[in-house]
Write a protein that binds this ligand. Structure first.
Ligand SMILES: NC(=O)c1ccc[n+]([C@@H]2O[C@H](COP(=O)([O-])OP(=O)(O)OC[C@H]3O[C@@H](n4cnc5c(N)ncnc54)[C@H](OP(=O)(O)O)[C@@H]3O)[C@@H](O)[C@H]2O)c1
Length: 256
């Protein structure tokens, strides 16, 4: 499905981004994978290469650095000559204990919002040439207030609006922009946010009980939706934000 398509994925060294990398590799995409942790990035890169026999470009970069953002776009274009799909996935959550600090606010906004905005802007000349598309990884928390994670919720609300503004701006020139809004997915994000393994397991067990579909979303499920939106099967879809949460946002089916 993505033969000869160059797909650039940020945050490909872990979680949802890694799942996207593997799914696109299975669909024969040529991959440019971005992360900070070279060991993890290399592991995912090797798995991708096993699947599609195409060596991915691995870019060690921090998306909060403007110089690194330039490098991400330039290295990808220099290596493969074009960019067809940009997946803005790199992101962090805000730790409840520190979420009201200026430092946390700045870090969450710089990673989740500023980087997505700037990388999209920098990749746009290439996307215009290929009539490519962008998929931003947002969250159900863009639309569901959770006061213990206010900066994170704010950042994802900004991503939804960025998605719509960019889609409106680039639509007439043939570039589509969409977002995927996952519910909780068990990844490193929670542990990185300071949550213990036990508390994480307990939280996910609770979510599974209350989600109408009685399960939680996996990285692979998110990757399927991302791939659909990035593919030529979605040529009439732009500016849309797709919830994928096993029904969690609907409410508790056991208490109707
Ligand atoms: N897990 C969930 O429940 C959930 C739900 C909805 C939305 N999301 C969103 O999904 C996206 C991926 O999260 P995840 O759950 O897969 O988390 P994760 O496992 O912690 O992965 C986060 C990825 O982002 C990268 N990253 C973070 N900060 C970066 C920076 N400054 N520069 C470059 N790369 C950076 C990490 O790279 P390194 O590890 O190499 O540093 C890693 O590859 C995020 O945007 C998150 O908000 C997650």
């Amino acid at each position: 499905m993505f033969t000869d398509k160059v797909v650039l994925i940020t945050g490909a060294s872990s979680g949802i981004g890694a799942a996207c990398a593997l799914a696109f590799a299975k669909s024969s995409a040529t991959l440019s994978l971005v992360g900070r942790n070279l060991d993890n990035l290399s592991k995912i890169g090797k798995l991708c290469e096993k699947l599609n026999h195409i060596k991915p470009l691995l870019i060690v970069a921090d998306v909060t650095s403007d110089t690194d953002l330039d490098k991400i776009v330039e290295d990808t274009a220099n290596k493969f000559g074009k960019i067809d799909v940009l997946i803005n996935n790199a992101g962090i959550n805000s730790v409840p204990e520190t979420h009201s600090s200026a430092e946390t606010y700045d870090r969450v906004m710089a990673t989740n919002v500023r980087a997505t905005y700037l990388l999209t802007t920098k990749a746009t000349p290439y996307l215009l040439k290929t009539k490519g598309n962008v998929v931003n990884i947002s969250s159900i928390l863009s639309n569901k207030p959770l006061p213990i994670m206010t900066p994170y919720c704010m950042s994802k609300a900004a991503i939804d609006m960025l998605t719509k503004c960019t889609a409106l701006q680039l639509g007439p020139r043939g570039v589509r922009v969409n977002a995927v809004n996952p519910g909780p997915v068990k990844t490193e994000m929670f542990k990185r946010g300071g949550m213990s393994e036990t508390n994480c397991d307990r939280m996910f067990a609770g979510i599974e009980m209350s989600a109408p579909l009685k399960k939680t979303t996996k990285g692979e499920d998110v990757a399927e939706l991302v791939m659909f939106l990035a593919s030529d099967r979605a040529t009439c879809i732009t500016g849309s934000c797709y919830v994928i949460d096993c029904g969690l946002m609907l409410g508790d089916a056991d208490n109707l």
